[in-house]
Structures are given as C-alpha cells and as structure tokens.
Design a protein around this ligand. Structure first.
Ligand code: DGJ
Length: 746
C-alpha cells in the first residue's frame, strides 16, 4: 500500500494490495492512465496516454494544442459542456443559468487511514496502518465550485474506494444536478459486463454480455437499491472465468436510486460512471455548503470473478459491517412468518419455541402481525405497540416464555412505513411522502414515512427505542415493503423537492446509526420484501440481510449464487421452509433445503409443531452440523464450483478456512440425468501440499455421490483440485450432498 506523488510530473500512483491505479494531470485535467496489477513505481509511468489530433468534431480546450480534446482524454471526473460529449461525472447549474464548469487541479493531500464520510455508510479502516487516502483537489475558478476526489488504498485488500466532496467556495448559490461518486475511462472496449438483475422473489440473477458501441445503463428509480438491479457492475476481459482473467468490480455503498453506466465511445474507450441516479435528483448548494457523494468500491482481480468476489467478501465482512456481531457466530433462528403469517397468538409462538429448543435452535423471531390490530397487511404500520388480543402479556411476557425454552427473542418491525388505517396516520397525515392534493399511491396498502424530516426520524427513534427496551430483544428484522412514489416532502421548499429521495436516505442512515449505537447488542437484519435493498449501504448498519422472500431450495441456488458475486455468506439469511414451497409450490427434500440454507445464515421458517419425528431427527442433525461448520461458512473464503446459470443447473460451492486446514463443500443436482457423462467436481482454494480427509455431512439423507471416498484415507489437496472427485450417480430430482475436508499431517 502506498501513494506516490510526483507533482512536477503531475503523477499520482496509488498502490492498493497487488494493484496500481495511476492518475496523470494533463493541462490540469486529471487523466486516468491505468488500473490493474501492481506496477513498480517509476517516473516513466508519467508518460502521457497517446494524444492524437482527431477532427473538428473533437474540440480543443487548449488553444493551439489540437491533440488535446476532452472528448478523447481518459479522465477521472469529467464535465460536460466544454468538449467532452460523453457521460459526465457531475453537472452544476450556475446562477447565470449556464451549466458550464471546468474542474482543474488545485492541489492534493495524503491522509493516513481513511476518513469517515459524513452521514453516509462507507468502508472503514480500524487504524492508520491499514489504509491511506489521497484527496485530489479540483476547482472551477469561474463559479468557485471545488471538488475533492477521495481515493483510499488498503494494505490488505485489492480495493480502492472513491467518492467526491463538493464545496461551494463561490458567492452565488448553485444547483448540483448530477454528482456521481466515481468515473473512469478504460482505454479499449473489449469487456463483458457482469451484473445482477431480477425481481421480487427472483433477485440477483447473474447476467453477462459483451459491451459494444453505446451505453449499458443499470439503474434504480425506485427510491431503494431494488430487487431489479443491484448497485454493482463488473467489467471482465472476454474469457475471464471464475478463476482466471481480469475482473474490475464497481460496487456502490448506497441504498437509494442509483445509476451505473458503461459507455463505449467512438474511439473505443469505455467510460464507467456510478453514483446517485441523477434522474429526479438535484441539490442546492449555498455558498460555503458542501455535498458528499456516496462511496464507490472498486475491486481489481487478476484471478477472475472468484478472486473479485473474495475481495468484496473480506472487505465487506470485516471493514464495512460493524458492531459486536461482525465477527461472532450468527445464531440459528426460527421465524414464524411462513409458519403462521398473521394468524398467531402467544401460545402458538411458545409452542413453536418449545419444539425449537430441543433441536438446538438459538433464536426465535416474531415476524409481522404482533402490533396494532394487524390481522392482514392492510393496517397498523406505525402503531408500534403490542396487540393484546394476540399477546395478552405483551412482548416482555412472550420474550420470557421464549427465553424459557432456551432461545433468544427477536422481533420484526417495518418502521419506514405507515398504514392509512393506523392511529399514527390519523394523527399525522402529512408525515408520509406525498404531493399535496394528489392521490397517495399505495403499495401493499401502505405509504412511506417521510424520513427526510427530522421530526419524523426523531419520533421513530423514540418509539423504536421504547419497543427495543421493553423486552429482552436480541435481534431485530428491519423490513421495508414498497418503493417510493410521489417523492415530495411536506417540509421542504419547492426548490429543494428533488433532494427529498436522497435526504430520505440520509435520514434513514442517521436513524440507523442512532439506534444501532443505542442498542449495540441487538443483531439487526435488514429486509425489503426479501432482497429489495440488499446493498453495501444497509450492511454498514445491519450485518445481515434477508436474501429473498423466495425460500424454495432450487430458486435459492440461483439467488444465493448471484448474491455471492459481491456479498459474503455471512450477510445472507437462508431458511428452510415448508413444502410444497409457498412461492413456487415445488417439493424438495428436507435434506436439500438444509444444504442450501446452511450455505448462509441458517434458520427455519416453518411450523415446527408440524414436523414428524423423522423430520425432527434430521433437523437436529442439520443444526448440529451447522454449528460445526458455521465459522467456515460465515468467515471462510467462498469458492464457487458450478454455476446454476450454466448447463443443467447443477450447483456447487465451498468455503475454506483462512489457514486452508478445513473446508465445507456443498453440491446440488437439480435434475436427474439418465446415463449421463461422468462428472468430476474439481475443488478450489485448498493447500496443494496438504492432505485432506473427507467426512460427509451429518444431514445427508442416505445417498451421497462421494460416499466411496469417505474413510478412504487422505487425499492430496493438489489431487482434489486438479483431478477432482468423480460424482457418481445421483437418482431423483433435487438432490444434494455436503462434505467436510480436514487437513491431516502427512
Ligand atoms: C416481507 C419479508 O421479506 C417477509 O420475510 C416477511 O417479514 C413479510 N414482509 C412480513 O410482512
């Protein structure tokens, strides 16, 4: 890790673990020179990119220098209006009505460690030896607008974080109409885009396609990061696979509407920009005021997609997630949502907890329906007091009854919402996002509280604090079940209405900061109809997320595989639910449902009182097995072996301990295949020089294609990775098996 600066050459060479990122000033404009495998520092790195005179259609900002056009200069934070016709990084409307600004170099500073971003979630450094930050200062002399570009490099991660801080040093107010977090230009167009798309119950499926002339735009206009497109893009060299080749990841630490674009321009350069979606955004900057963009996390891997993912996993697991639960084993839980929906009372909950205790389950989560008079989804959001019809003794009594079964108690809330049929709405009809005198568009019969308002956030802080303090609550599931419409705040003036969506996010982040600081021992899990807000922003406050409302084991293979492209297993809630599955009606074995759920934060979401004795016996084995492997799953390195998006959907992945002495492998065959070819499962991430013994998962329901290998002595790590294990016949659809590897002394 280092930042080399040679100001006389205009050279900035940033070295993050194993990577180099090079910026060179060209006529005061910060040009992007290189990002990739680490280079030795040398003055020669300052040699200019090839500048070539083009045509009169590429105007020249420097008189007499026809070889310089902003339209063909690879840049770090480009503007529109003075000769670059590509996607700009920012746009400022000045008092004179023009949108012409020109940011030029004005100095730099190097800061040990990594400064926090005010009011925003961000990757952090625990001490100054972990990171170094470059602040590159740019100024538009005409308007007085200043921009500080922030770059942080890390000793232990091949990542570079970027963001921009705007400061208005001029005399007249201006309006930011676009303020992206980062922009950079690759020298050529030969990349494929990898990204994650989907819908409710079908989140984060992997998409891959070649770039070509024109732009690929990934965005959300929903007021949340969304089920539909995750705030993430990777550019891959053609041929890059899980283990080989160049992968460049761009991940945005933000939970609201975002935009990520990859634009291939006329000369074949590829510009990537990312940040808050400029659509429906603006921000008024009075003289002296500043605006901080969210953070973009850039990861380079020379070891393919898998290498990129593992860098994100470690960075997000250890330096984005925070709090006492960050490094602790996450509890095995049972949640009553799919068991009871709204139809429960304290006795029913206690009955489920009574079954859960002896199985070894550690936490009971009381889901939706415990408050107000909420018997369905058409009322009571906002009325955060117990429904005494269902819980006559209140939350304290119920928590006590659950605790008596040896389980901790957790609670569901959906604080950002308000039901029109609620006491809160009758008292404060103007507290929701709405446009005066217009229809208030409902989603799931609910409206969204206006978290851009301090009074609303303060009310939520007090109300939720009272709930969380009212009982021994060890866990909170924070849900959010619709997207924003009529994004207007009753408390904001007309010329600041387009700030509302971002101010909402700032209000939410501040509320979460206050609540998680006040209740440091509560484990928070975020949720938005499953994975509608599965993003790095939320992980900063809540170290785990409910991955998807789809609990079907086969659908989950794709969802969890796709999610793992960026996010660690420790961030993914994964539960066994009943069959036929409630989302797709599919019937899969309890063993397979278990093997899928054990690949994340494990739990059950069904009525345990309906389990047969045989099912209970298998569940007890699953729970015992998970307790043995959860540190590996939650803190190990994940290697994806077979993709559900390729071939017949067979899926496999494994988790390896940091010292490579242990591994856990899960293999899933979705559809049986008659008389198929012999298949080999080649393992990854092991120490080639160590020998490993195999143990099949305690929860296997009879058949394992690897049984022949168990007890068969020790297998070389090199052999397991290069020759692999032959997968013998598996009969029937929806089968799976898991096994553990342990290094033994040779
Ligand atoms: C959506 C969540 O994703 C579900 O798990 C459940 O909590 C429901 N909301 C409750 O309304």
């Amino acid at each position: 890790m280092n930042i080399h600066v040679d100001e006389s050459l205009g050279l900035f060479h940033l070295q993050s673990k194993g990577t180099s990122y090079i910026i060179r000033l060209v006529e005061g404009y910060p040009a992007h020179i290189y990002w990739g495998s680490q280079l030795r520092h040398d003055r020669g790195l300052a040699s200019l990119p090839e500048l070539r005179e083009r045509s009169s259609f590429c105007p020249n900002p420097v008189p007499g220098k026809h070889e310089i056009s902003l339209d063909s200069l690879p840049q770090e934070y480009p503007q529109y209006g003075s000769s670059d016709f590509r996607q700009p990084a920012y746009q400022a409307l000045l008092a004179d009505g023009s949108r012409i600004t020109e940011l030029k170099y004005a100095g730099y500073q190097i800061i040990p460690g990594k400064p926090a971003l005010e009011g925003l979630p961000a990757v952090y450094a625990e001490n100054e030896s972990e990171a170094l930050t470059l602040e590159l200062n740019l100024v538009d002399v005409y308007s007085g607008l200043k921009v500080a570009l922030l770059y942080t490099v890390f000793a232990n991660h091949s990542a570079i974080t970027r963001s921009a801080r705007f400061e208005h040093g001029g005399a007249a107010a201006l309006r930011l109409e676009q303020a992206l977090s980062a922009s950079l230009d690759f020298a050529d167009p030969d990349y494929e885009a990898l990204y994650l798309s989907g819908a409710w119950a079908r989140e984060r499926h992997v998409q891959r396609r070649a770039l070509g002339p024109g732009a690929l735009r990934l965005e959300s206009r929903r007021g949340s990061s969304s089920h539909q497109l995750n705030p993430f893009l990777a550019l891959l060299r053609p041929g890059t696979d899980e283990d080989h080749g160049d992968a460049y990841g761009f991940s945005l630490v933000y939970s609201g509407s975002f935009a990520i674009e990859a634009e291939v321009e006329q000369f074949g350069m590829t510009r990537v920009t990312l940040g808050i979606n400029p659509f429906d955004f603006s921000w008024l900057l009075e003289p002296g005021q500043s605006f901080q963009t969210p953070e973009a996390v850039l990861v380079y891997s020379a070891e393919g997609i898998g290498g990129m993912s593992r860098t994100y996993h470690r960075l997000y697991r250890t330096r984005l997630c925070r709090g006492v639960h960050r490094d602790q084993a996450r509890p095995i839980l049972v949640n009553n949502w799919e068991a009871t929906y709204f139809n429960f009372d304290a006795d029913k909950i206690e009955a489920i907890a009574k079954e859960a205790g002896p199985l070894g389950i550690e936490l009971f989560v009381l889901d939706d329906g415990w408050f107000g008079k909420r018997d369905s989804d058409n009322s009571s959001l906002g009325d955060w007091f117990e429904d005494k019809r269902k819980l006559p003794g209140g939350l304290g009594d119920l928590a006590g009854r659950v605790n008596a079964q040896g389980l901790k108690f957790g609670l569901w809330v959906e604080p950002e919402m308000i039901s029109p049929d609620s006491e809160l709405y009758r008292k404060h009809p103007d507290w929701c996002l709405h446009a005066a005198d217009r229809r208030r568009t409902e989603g799931r019969n609910q409206l969204i509280l206006d978290l851009s308002r301090q009074d609303v956030c303060d009310y939520l802080y007090e109300t939720l604090s009272a709930v969380f303090a009212s009982a021994p609550i060890a866990y909170v599931k924070w849900d959010m079940n619709r997207n924003m419409t009529e994004i207007v705040s009753a408390s904001a003036p007309a010329d600041r209405q387009r700030e509302t969506a971002h101010r909402y996010m700032l209000g939410l982040y501040d509320l979460l900061e206050r609540l998680t600081s006040r209740f440091p021992d509560i484990l928070f899990e975020s949720c938005s109809g499953g994975g509608g807000r599965f993003d790095p922003g939320m992980l900063y406050y809540m170290p785990q997320t409910w991955t998807s409302d789809d609990t079907d084991a086969v659908e989950r293979l794709a969802i969890q595989y796709g999610t793992s492209i960026v996010y660690p297993a420790s961030s993914m809630g994964a539960h066994i639910s009943a069959v036929p599955n409630h989302q797709v009606d599919r019937i899969t074995s309890l063993a397979m449902r278990g093997d899928v759920a054990m690949s994340g934060n494990f739990g059950y979401e069904l009525d345990l009182t309906k389990f047969t004795e045989a099912e209970k016996a298998l569940a007890a084995k699953q729970i015992a097995q998970y307790k043995e492997i959860r540190t590996l799953v939650q803190q190990g390195d994940m290697y994806r072996l077979l993709s559900p998006f390729e071939g017949r959907g067979d899926t496999a992945w494994m988790f390896v301990s940091e010292d490579k002495s242990e591994a856990f492998v899960a293999y899933f065959r979705v559809l049986a295949e008659p008389n198929g070819p012999l298949r080999r499962l080649q393992l990854k991430g092991l120490d080639p020089n160590q020998n490993y013994t195999l143990e099949t998962g305690a929860a296997a329901d009879g058949q394992s294609p690897f049984d022949a290998l168990v007890g068969g002595g020790a297998w070389g790590g090199d052999r397991l990775m290069k020759i692999g294990l032959t997968v013998s016949d598996l009969r029937g659809d929806f089968t799976s098996c898991t096994f553990r590897l342990k290094a033994v002394q040779a």
